[in-house]
Ligand binder design. Sequence first.
Ligand SMILES: [Mg+2]
Length: 203
Amino acid sequence: MKLGIDLDDVTAICAVPYLRKFAERFGVELPDESEIGWHLVDQSRVKPALRDAFRLELYDSPFFGELEVYPECPAVLERLVEAGHELYFVTARAEKRRVITETWLREKGLLRYAKGVHLKPRGDFVPPVHGRYDERGSAIYKWRVATDLGLEAFCEDDLTIARTLADGGIRVFLFERAWNRGLEHPNVTRISTWDQLAREIGV
Ligand SMILES: [Mg+2]
């Protein structure tokens, strides 16, 4: 099977460290870790222009190079490759983040499992949405990559992206996070851990 794999919040633990820094900067109170997520950025009273500036500043810092990997992820990727599956990392991170992204993947021992690493080209389809990352443009981008590569399934955490891929007939393994509750779709299988994904695929 050809399998697309998202990076942030599927492979890399991202929202929690992001929100901790966001909360520190803007004095936002955070809930328990299991409830921390991207929805809190939207719910905060921080002005969209300030959220944008913060995001760009953080993404230009070593942030992406310092993320932790979900603990069971590397072993499951190894088993998937050994079983003959083809893995492609497909992220909505901008193409200009390729060096830090691939360096991180290499350091974490993950790059060797991938047939390819796809990042979002600049200016792809939809103009930037202020105050948050561009969910709709990212969904169109991932759908196009999935179609071009002939992906049969995709590991994702974002609701809009998951729905777009699932509507297009791609099986989605939706990693359960605080911000993606409630999506029901015949092509979507909700997954809580990498070990559960391994069981679903039979490796
Ligand atoms: Mg993600």
